[in-house]
Write a protein that binds this ligand. Structure first.
Ligand code: ASP
Ligand code: MG
Length: 467
Protein backbone atom coordinates (compact mmCIF):
# COMPACT_ATOMS: atom_id res chain seq x y z
CA UNK A 1 0.00 0.00 0.00
CA UNK A 2 0.94 3.60 -0.48
CA UNK A 3 0.34 5.24 2.87
CA UNK A 4 0.39 8.84 4.03
CA UNK A 5 0.86 9.03 7.80
CA UNK A 6 0.32 12.38 9.46
CA UNK A 7 1.55 12.94 13.01
CA UNK A 8 0.15 15.79 15.09
CA UNK A 9 2.22 17.86 17.51
CA UNK A 10 1.42 15.80 20.61
CA UNK A 11 2.57 12.61 18.86
CA UNK A 12 6.11 13.97 18.53
CA UNK A 13 6.46 16.00 21.71
CA UNK A 14 9.07 13.81 23.46
CA UNK A 15 12.08 11.69 22.55
CA UNK A 16 10.32 8.50 23.63
CA UNK A 17 7.31 9.25 21.45
CA UNK A 18 9.45 10.00 18.41
CA UNK A 19 11.44 6.80 18.91
CA UNK A 20 8.25 4.76 19.21
CA UNK A 21 6.90 6.31 16.03
CA UNK A 22 10.13 5.55 14.20
CA UNK A 23 9.79 1.89 15.24
CA UNK A 24 6.21 1.77 14.03
CA UNK A 25 7.13 3.34 10.70
CA UNK A 26 9.97 0.88 10.40
CA UNK A 27 7.65 -2.11 10.74
CA UNK A 28 5.08 -0.62 8.36
CA UNK A 29 7.70 0.19 5.76
CA UNK A 30 8.48 -3.48 5.17
CA UNK A 31 5.27 -3.90 3.22
CA UNK A 32 4.25 -0.35 2.31
CA UNK A 33 5.51 2.80 0.66
CA UNK A 34 5.24 5.52 3.25
CA UNK A 35 5.16 9.29 3.22
CA UNK A 36 5.20 11.04 6.58
CA UNK A 37 3.65 14.45 7.28
CA UNK A 38 4.49 16.16 10.58
CA UNK A 39 3.05 19.08 12.48
CA UNK A 40 5.24 21.30 14.58
CA UNK A 41 6.10 19.97 18.01
CA UNK A 42 3.29 20.56 20.45
CA UNK A 43 3.03 24.25 21.45
CA UNK A 44 5.65 25.59 19.05
CA UNK A 45 3.23 27.19 16.57
CA UNK A 46 1.54 28.91 19.53
CA UNK A 47 4.95 30.17 20.70
CA UNK A 48 5.73 31.51 17.23
CA UNK A 49 2.39 33.29 17.08
CA UNK A 50 2.99 34.71 20.56
CA UNK A 51 6.30 35.99 19.29
CA UNK A 52 4.62 37.95 16.56
CA UNK A 53 2.36 39.58 19.17
CA UNK A 54 5.44 40.52 21.20
CA UNK A 55 7.14 42.04 18.16
CA UNK A 56 4.03 44.03 17.36
CA UNK A 57 3.97 45.37 20.91
CA UNK A 58 7.66 46.26 20.65
CA UNK A 59 8.63 43.79 23.38
CA UNK A 60 11.97 43.00 21.84
CA UNK A 61 13.58 41.29 24.81
CA UNK A 62 10.60 39.01 25.44
CA UNK A 63 10.55 38.02 21.77
CA UNK A 64 14.23 37.15 21.91
CA UNK A 65 13.76 35.13 25.10
CA UNK A 66 11.00 33.14 23.45
CA UNK A 67 13.25 32.41 20.46
CA UNK A 68 15.87 31.08 22.84
CA UNK A 69 13.25 28.85 24.49
CA UNK A 70 12.23 27.42 21.11
CA UNK A 71 15.84 26.78 20.15
CA UNK A 72 16.68 25.04 23.42
CA UNK A 73 13.59 22.84 23.27
CA UNK A 74 14.51 21.53 19.82
CA UNK A 75 18.17 21.05 20.71
CA UNK A 76 17.30 19.06 23.80
CA UNK A 77 14.76 16.97 21.93
CA UNK A 78 17.28 16.26 19.17
CA UNK A 79 19.92 15.16 21.67
CA UNK A 80 17.53 12.95 23.62
CA UNK A 81 16.05 11.34 20.53
CA UNK A 82 19.14 10.44 18.54
CA UNK A 83 21.60 7.81 19.74
CA UNK A 84 24.09 7.67 16.87
CA UNK A 85 26.72 10.39 17.45
CA UNK A 86 27.26 11.18 13.76
CA UNK A 87 23.53 11.49 13.02
CA UNK A 88 23.09 13.68 16.10
CA UNK A 89 25.95 15.97 15.09
CA UNK A 90 24.60 16.35 11.53
CA UNK A 91 21.13 17.04 12.88
CA UNK A 92 22.34 19.72 15.31
CA UNK A 93 24.31 21.40 12.52
CA UNK A 94 21.30 21.30 10.29
CA UNK A 95 19.04 22.75 12.97
CA UNK A 96 21.62 25.44 13.69
CA UNK A 97 21.29 26.90 10.21
CA UNK A 98 17.51 27.15 10.72
CA UNK A 99 18.04 28.78 14.13
CA UNK A 100 20.36 31.36 12.55
CA UNK A 101 17.72 32.15 9.96
CA UNK A 102 15.00 32.35 12.62
CA UNK A 103 17.06 34.76 14.74
CA UNK A 104 17.81 36.92 11.68
CA UNK A 105 14.13 36.97 10.79
CA UNK A 106 13.15 38.06 14.30
CA UNK A 107 15.84 40.77 14.28
CA UNK A 108 14.51 42.05 10.98
CA UNK A 109 10.93 42.05 12.17
CA UNK A 110 11.88 43.78 15.43
CA UNK A 111 13.84 46.40 13.51
CA UNK A 112 10.90 47.15 11.26
CA UNK A 113 8.49 46.86 14.18
CA UNK A 114 5.90 45.48 11.84
CA UNK A 115 4.49 42.10 10.97
CA UNK A 116 2.91 41.55 7.57
CA UNK A 117 0.82 38.49 6.66
CA UNK A 118 3.74 37.39 4.54
CA UNK A 119 6.36 37.68 7.29
CA UNK A 120 3.97 36.04 9.76
CA UNK A 121 3.59 32.98 7.52
CA UNK A 122 7.32 32.76 7.12
CA UNK A 123 7.75 32.95 10.89
CA UNK A 124 5.12 30.37 11.83
CA UNK A 125 6.31 27.89 9.23
CA UNK A 126 9.45 27.34 11.31
CA UNK A 127 7.71 24.88 13.65
CA UNK A 128 7.35 22.28 10.91
CA UNK A 129 10.73 23.12 9.43
CA UNK A 130 12.37 22.08 12.68
CA UNK A 131 10.20 19.09 13.62
CA UNK A 132 10.69 17.24 10.32
CA UNK A 133 14.45 17.28 10.74
CA UNK A 134 14.24 15.60 14.13
CA UNK A 135 11.71 12.99 13.00
CA UNK A 136 13.64 12.20 9.84
CA UNK A 137 16.89 11.86 11.83
CA UNK A 138 15.08 9.50 14.22
CA UNK A 139 14.32 7.26 11.23
CA UNK A 140 17.95 7.37 10.12
CA UNK A 141 18.88 6.46 13.69
CA UNK A 142 16.91 3.24 13.18
CA UNK A 143 18.67 2.67 9.86
CA UNK A 144 15.69 3.67 7.75
CA UNK A 145 16.54 5.86 4.77
CA UNK A 146 14.74 9.19 5.12
CA UNK A 147 14.93 12.81 3.96
CA UNK A 148 13.09 15.81 5.47
CA UNK A 149 11.26 18.23 3.16
CA UNK A 150 9.36 21.42 3.84
CA UNK A 151 6.08 21.80 1.96
CA UNK A 152 7.87 24.17 -0.39
CA UNK A 153 10.71 21.74 -1.02
CA UNK A 154 8.44 18.80 -1.76
CA UNK A 155 6.65 20.90 -4.37
CA UNK A 156 3.49 22.35 -2.83
CA UNK A 157 2.70 25.48 -4.83
CA UNK A 158 -0.09 27.70 -3.53
CA UNK A 159 -1.85 30.96 -4.26
CA UNK A 160 -0.52 34.04 -2.45
CA UNK A 161 -3.31 34.25 0.10
CA UNK A 162 -1.03 34.33 3.16
CA UNK A 163 -2.51 32.67 6.24
CA UNK A 164 -5.28 30.93 4.28
CA UNK A 165 -3.56 29.70 1.14
CA UNK A 166 -4.69 26.92 -1.19
CA UNK A 167 -2.52 24.66 -3.30
CA UNK A 168 -2.56 25.09 -7.08
CA UNK A 169 -3.33 21.45 -7.59
CA UNK A 170 -2.10 20.81 -11.13
CA UNK A 171 1.33 22.30 -10.58
CA UNK A 172 1.56 20.76 -7.13
CA UNK A 173 0.63 17.30 -8.40
CA UNK A 174 3.30 17.38 -11.08
CA UNK A 175 6.04 18.53 -8.76
CA UNK A 176 5.15 16.39 -5.76
CA UNK A 177 4.68 13.16 -7.70
CA UNK A 178 8.02 13.63 -9.43
CA UNK A 179 9.87 14.24 -6.14
CA UNK A 180 8.15 11.48 -4.22
CA UNK A 181 8.25 8.82 -6.96
CA UNK A 182 11.99 9.15 -7.25
CA UNK A 183 12.36 8.85 -3.46
CA UNK A 184 10.13 5.78 -3.32
CA UNK A 185 12.18 4.21 -6.10
CA UNK A 186 15.23 4.54 -3.83
CA UNK A 187 13.29 3.27 -0.79
CA UNK A 188 13.63 6.60 0.97
CA UNK A 189 10.89 7.76 3.32
CA UNK A 190 10.11 11.47 2.90
CA UNK A 191 9.17 13.37 6.07
CA UNK A 192 7.25 16.42 4.92
CA UNK A 193 6.41 19.47 7.02
CA UNK A 194 2.67 20.13 7.14
CA UNK A 195 0.87 23.46 7.24
CA UNK A 196 2.91 25.32 4.62
CA UNK A 197 3.87 25.55 0.97
CA UNK A 198 5.11 28.42 -1.18
CA UNK A 199 3.52 30.64 -3.81
CA UNK A 200 4.73 30.90 -7.38
CA UNK A 201 7.36 33.43 -6.31
CA UNK A 202 8.73 31.01 -3.73
CA UNK A 203 7.34 32.95 -0.76
CA UNK A 204 6.27 30.71 2.14
CA UNK A 205 2.50 30.51 2.68
CA UNK A 206 0.48 28.64 5.31
CA UNK A 207 -2.93 26.94 5.19
CA UNK A 208 -4.27 28.25 8.52
CA UNK A 209 -4.16 26.61 11.96
CA UNK A 210 -4.26 22.83 11.94
CA UNK A 211 -3.23 22.88 8.27
CA UNK A 212 -1.03 19.78 8.43
CA UNK A 213 -4.12 17.62 7.96
CA UNK A 214 -4.76 19.47 4.72
CA UNK A 215 -1.15 18.91 3.65
CA UNK A 216 -1.62 15.18 4.23
CA UNK A 217 -4.70 14.87 2.03
CA UNK A 218 -3.24 17.16 -0.63
CA UNK A 219 -0.09 15.06 -0.88
CA UNK A 220 -2.08 11.83 -0.79
CA UNK A 221 -3.98 12.81 -3.91
CA UNK A 222 -0.74 13.85 -5.63
CA UNK A 223 0.92 10.49 -5.06
CA UNK A 224 -2.26 8.41 -5.51
CA UNK A 225 -2.03 7.01 -1.98
CA UNK A 226 -4.22 4.07 -0.97
CA UNK A 227 -4.91 5.39 2.53
CA UNK A 228 -4.24 8.34 4.81
CA UNK A 229 -3.86 7.88 8.54
CA UNK A 230 -4.20 10.90 10.79
CA UNK A 231 -2.23 9.90 13.87
CA UNK A 232 -3.07 11.84 17.01
CA UNK A 233 -3.83 11.30 20.68
CA UNK A 234 -7.48 10.27 20.34
CA UNK A 235 -8.82 6.81 19.45
CA UNK A 236 -11.06 8.12 16.70
CA UNK A 237 -14.22 10.12 16.17
CA UNK A 238 -16.69 9.43 18.94
CA UNK A 239 -20.44 9.36 19.54
CA UNK A 240 -19.98 12.13 22.14
CA UNK A 241 -17.29 13.78 24.20
CA UNK A 242 -16.21 11.06 26.69
CA UNK A 243 -15.70 13.77 29.30
CA UNK A 244 -19.47 14.23 29.19
CA UNK A 245 -20.84 10.83 28.36
CA UNK A 246 -19.27 7.94 30.28
CA UNK A 247 -20.07 5.26 27.73
CA UNK A 248 -19.36 7.24 24.55
CA UNK A 249 -18.25 4.94 21.73
CA UNK A 250 -15.75 5.17 18.90
CA UNK A 251 -17.38 5.46 15.51
CA UNK A 252 -16.05 2.70 13.25
CA UNK A 253 -17.08 4.31 9.96
CA UNK A 254 -18.31 7.72 8.87
CA UNK A 255 -18.64 9.41 5.51
CA UNK A 256 -16.57 12.39 4.34
CA UNK A 257 -19.55 14.72 4.66
CA UNK A 258 -20.32 13.53 8.19
CA UNK A 259 -16.65 13.86 9.12
CA UNK A 260 -16.59 17.45 7.87
CA UNK A 261 -19.43 18.30 10.26
CA UNK A 262 -17.85 16.35 13.11
CA UNK A 263 -14.44 17.93 12.68
CA UNK A 264 -15.91 21.33 13.36
CA UNK A 265 -17.42 20.20 16.63
CA UNK A 266 -15.61 17.19 18.04
CA UNK A 267 -12.64 16.64 20.31
CA UNK A 268 -10.53 15.81 17.27
CA UNK A 269 -10.17 19.11 15.48
CA UNK A 270 -9.45 18.62 11.81
CA UNK A 271 -8.62 21.44 9.42
CA UNK A 272 -11.92 22.27 7.64
CA UNK A 273 -10.48 21.90 4.14
CA UNK A 274 -8.87 18.52 4.83
CA UNK A 275 -11.59 16.57 3.07
CA UNK A 276 -11.73 18.79 -0.02
CA UNK A 277 -9.08 16.86 -2.00
CA UNK A 278 -10.70 13.55 -1.04
CA UNK A 279 -14.18 14.28 -2.31
CA UNK A 280 -13.11 13.65 -5.89
CA UNK A 281 -10.22 11.23 -5.35
CA UNK A 282 -12.04 9.21 -2.68
CA UNK A 283 -9.00 8.03 -0.73
CA UNK A 284 -10.00 6.36 2.55
CA UNK A 285 -8.78 8.09 5.69
CA UNK A 286 -8.34 6.70 9.17
CA UNK A 287 -8.19 8.59 12.44
CA UNK A 288 -5.87 6.61 14.68
CA UNK A 289 -4.22 6.93 18.06
CA UNK A 290 -0.42 7.00 17.90
CA UNK A 291 -0.31 5.60 21.41
CA UNK A 292 -2.95 2.90 21.03
CA UNK A 293 -2.26 1.09 17.80
CA UNK A 294 -4.34 -1.92 18.76
CA UNK A 295 -7.33 0.24 18.07
CA UNK A 296 -8.40 0.44 14.43
CA UNK A 297 -9.74 3.98 14.85
CA UNK A 298 -12.37 5.57 12.61
CA UNK A 299 -12.49 4.89 8.91
CA UNK A 300 -13.71 7.79 6.78
CA UNK A 301 -14.82 7.02 3.23
CA UNK A 302 -17.23 8.25 0.57
CA UNK A 303 -19.78 5.55 1.36
CA UNK A 304 -19.51 3.69 4.67
CA UNK A 305 -20.91 0.16 5.00
CA UNK A 306 -24.69 0.03 5.19
CA UNK A 307 -24.69 -1.56 8.64
CA UNK A 308 -22.87 1.44 10.12
CA UNK A 309 -25.59 3.86 8.98
CA UNK A 310 -27.62 5.44 11.77
CA UNK A 311 -30.05 8.30 11.91
CA UNK A 312 -27.83 10.21 14.31
CA UNK A 313 -24.21 9.19 14.61
CA UNK A 314 -22.98 11.59 17.24
CA UNK A 315 -23.89 14.38 19.62
CA UNK A 316 -21.18 17.01 19.52
CA UNK A 317 -20.73 20.17 21.52
CA UNK A 318 -19.01 23.51 21.33
CA UNK A 319 -18.89 24.98 24.80
CA UNK A 320 -17.80 28.41 26.00
CA UNK A 321 -19.79 30.30 23.43
CA UNK A 322 -21.82 33.47 23.52
CA UNK A 323 -24.96 34.67 21.85
CA UNK A 324 -25.45 38.14 20.39
CA UNK A 325 -28.91 39.35 19.50
CA UNK A 326 -29.04 42.35 17.20
CA UNK A 327 -32.35 43.92 16.37
CA UNK A 328 -34.23 46.99 15.35
CA UNK A 329 -37.24 47.95 13.25
CA UNK A 330 -35.05 49.46 10.55
CA UNK A 331 -33.65 46.02 9.75
CA UNK A 332 -37.03 44.87 8.41
CA UNK A 333 -37.12 44.71 4.63
CA UNK A 334 -33.79 46.52 4.26
CA UNK A 335 -31.55 44.66 1.85
CA UNK A 336 -27.89 44.60 2.87
CA UNK A 337 -28.46 44.58 6.64
CA UNK A 338 -27.03 41.10 7.14
CA UNK A 339 -24.14 41.91 4.80
CA UNK A 340 -23.24 44.97 6.91
CA UNK A 341 -23.36 43.01 10.15
CA UNK A 342 -21.23 40.13 8.90
CA UNK A 343 -18.75 42.35 7.09
CA UNK A 344 -18.25 44.29 10.31
CA UNK A 345 -17.65 41.07 12.22
CA UNK A 346 -15.35 39.67 9.55
CA UNK A 347 -13.25 42.84 9.56
CA UNK A 348 -12.83 42.47 13.31
CA UNK A 349 -11.62 38.88 12.80
CA UNK A 350 -14.63 37.32 14.52
CA UNK A 351 -15.53 33.77 13.58
CA UNK A 352 -19.30 33.37 13.45
CA UNK A 353 -20.37 29.83 14.36
CA UNK A 354 -24.16 29.96 14.06
CA UNK A 355 -26.70 32.41 12.66
CA UNK A 356 -30.44 32.58 12.87
CA UNK A 357 -32.87 35.17 11.58
CA UNK A 358 -36.60 35.16 12.12
CA UNK A 359 -38.84 35.68 9.09
CA UNK A 360 -40.02 39.07 10.42
CA UNK A 361 -36.39 40.16 9.89
CA UNK A 362 -36.48 42.25 13.04
CA UNK A 363 -33.57 40.45 14.70
CA UNK A 364 -30.58 38.29 13.92
CA UNK A 365 -28.95 35.98 16.45
CA UNK A 366 -25.27 35.23 16.14
CA UNK A 367 -23.25 32.69 18.11
CA UNK A 368 -19.54 33.25 18.63
CA UNK A 369 -16.81 31.88 20.91
CA UNK A 370 -16.60 33.60 24.32
CA UNK A 371 -13.08 34.64 23.37
CA UNK A 372 -14.37 36.52 20.31
CA UNK A 373 -17.21 38.20 22.16
CA UNK A 374 -15.40 41.39 23.12
CA UNK A 375 -14.20 42.03 19.59
CA UNK A 376 -17.64 41.24 18.19
CA UNK A 377 -19.63 43.51 20.48
CA UNK A 378 -17.09 46.28 20.23
CA UNK A 379 -17.07 46.32 16.44
CA UNK A 380 -20.87 46.14 16.14
CA UNK A 381 -21.27 48.93 18.68
CA UNK A 382 -18.74 51.20 17.00
CA UNK A 383 -19.87 50.65 13.44
CA UNK A 384 -23.58 49.91 13.47
CA UNK A 385 -25.34 50.63 16.77
CA UNK A 386 -27.77 53.50 16.44
CA UNK A 387 -27.66 53.18 12.66
CA UNK A 388 -28.39 49.81 11.11
CA UNK A 389 -29.17 48.19 14.44
CA UNK A 390 -31.04 49.59 17.41
CA UNK A 391 -30.45 47.02 20.09
CA UNK A 392 -27.67 44.64 20.97
CA UNK A 393 -28.10 41.99 23.66
CA UNK A 394 -25.55 39.49 24.82
CA UNK A 395 -25.86 36.12 26.59
CA UNK A 396 -22.62 34.52 27.72
CA UNK A 397 -21.86 30.94 28.70
CA UNK A 398 -23.95 29.09 26.22
CA UNK A 399 -23.11 25.84 24.41
CA UNK A 400 -23.94 24.59 20.95
CA UNK A 401 -25.13 21.00 20.71
CA UNK A 402 -25.12 19.42 17.28
CA UNK A 403 -26.49 16.07 16.18
CA UNK A 404 -24.78 14.75 13.10
CA UNK A 405 -25.66 11.91 10.77
CA UNK A 406 -26.64 11.58 7.12
CA UNK A 407 -29.43 9.21 8.16
CA UNK A 408 -31.38 12.24 9.40
CA UNK A 409 -32.01 13.29 5.81
CA UNK A 410 -35.65 12.74 5.01
CA UNK A 411 -36.32 10.94 8.29
CA UNK A 412 -39.50 12.26 9.83
CA UNK A 413 -39.65 12.88 13.56
CA UNK A 414 -35.95 13.46 14.36
CA UNK A 415 -36.57 17.00 15.64
CA UNK A 416 -39.44 15.89 17.81
CA UNK A 417 -37.31 13.14 19.38
CA UNK A 418 -34.47 15.62 19.94
CA UNK A 419 -36.54 18.29 21.62
CA UNK A 420 -38.68 15.74 23.43
CA UNK A 421 -35.55 14.29 25.02
CA UNK A 422 -34.15 17.63 26.15
CA UNK A 423 -37.53 18.82 27.38
CA UNK A 424 -37.71 15.82 29.71
CA UNK A 425 -34.50 17.12 31.29
CA UNK A 426 -36.10 20.58 31.63
CA UNK A 427 -33.47 22.11 29.40
CA UNK A 428 -34.38 25.35 27.70
CA UNK A 429 -33.47 25.63 24.01
CA UNK A 430 -32.44 29.12 22.94
CA UNK A 431 -31.66 28.95 19.18
CA UNK A 432 -32.14 26.18 16.63
CA UNK A 433 -30.61 25.73 13.17
CA UNK A 434 -30.75 22.99 10.62
CA UNK A 435 -29.04 23.18 7.27
CA UNK A 436 -31.08 22.11 4.27
CA UNK A 437 -28.66 19.20 3.86
CA UNK A 438 -30.31 17.74 6.99
CA UNK A 439 -26.90 16.42 7.90
CA UNK A 440 -26.97 18.13 11.23
CA UNK A 441 -29.37 19.68 13.66
CA UNK A 442 -27.85 22.21 16.04
CA UNK A 443 -29.22 24.17 18.94
CA UNK A 444 -28.02 26.37 21.75
CA UNK A 445 -28.51 25.82 25.49
CA UNK A 446 -27.09 27.29 28.69
CA UNK A 447 -23.61 25.88 29.22
CA UNK A 448 -24.67 24.45 32.58
CA UNK A 449 -27.42 22.43 30.83
CA UNK A 450 -25.09 21.02 28.22
CA UNK A 451 -24.07 17.82 29.99
CA UNK A 452 -27.56 16.64 30.84
CA UNK A 453 -28.85 17.46 27.33
CA UNK A 454 -26.01 15.57 25.65
CA UNK A 455 -26.56 12.52 27.84
CA UNK A 456 -30.30 12.58 27.19
CA UNK A 457 -29.69 12.65 23.42
CA UNK A 458 -27.03 9.96 23.57
CA UNK A 459 -29.62 7.73 25.30
CA UNK A 460 -32.50 8.73 23.03
CA UNK A 461 -30.62 7.70 19.88
CA UNK A 462 -29.07 4.66 21.59
CA UNK A 463 -25.56 5.66 20.66
CA UNK A 464 -23.98 3.25 23.16
CA UNK A 465 -25.20 0.50 20.84
CA UNK A 466 -22.99 1.89 18.06
CA UNK A 467 -20.93 -0.91 16.58
N1 ASP B 1 1.48 23.53 13.49
C1 ASP B 1 0.28 24.06 12.91
C2 ASP B 1 -0.70 24.43 14.01
O1 ASP B 1 -0.44 24.23 15.18
C3 ASP B 1 -0.34 23.13 11.94
C4 ASP B 1 -0.82 21.81 12.50
O2 ASP B 1 -0.49 21.45 13.62
O3 ASP B 1 -1.56 21.12 11.81
O4 ASP B 1 -1.72 24.97 13.72
MG1 MG C 1 -2.44 19.85 14.88
Amino acid sequence: MRLVLKYGGTSISSAKKIKDIAKHINSLSKKNQILIVCSAINGITDDLIEKHHLIKKGKKENAKRLTEKIIQRHKLLAKETILNAKIEKDLLNDLDSDFTELVALIDGMVLLGEVTPRSLDYLISFGERLSIKIVSAALLDQEIKSVPFTGKEVGIVTDSNFGESRPLMDTTRLRVSKTVDSLFAKKIIPVVGGFAGADQHGRVTTFGRGGSDYTATTLATCIRADEIWLMSDVDGLMTADPKFVKNAKILKQVSYVEAIEMSLFGAKQIHPRTFEPLLTKKIPMRIRNTFNLKNEGTLITASPDADTKKTVKCVSTIRHSALIDVGGGSMVGTPGTAAKIFTTLAKAGVNVMMISQNPSESSITIVVKNTDLDKAVNSLEMELLGKTIKKLEVTTNVAIIALIGSGMRGTIGVASRVFGAVTKKKVNVVVITQGSSELHLAFVVKDSDCKSAVNALHDEFELTKTN
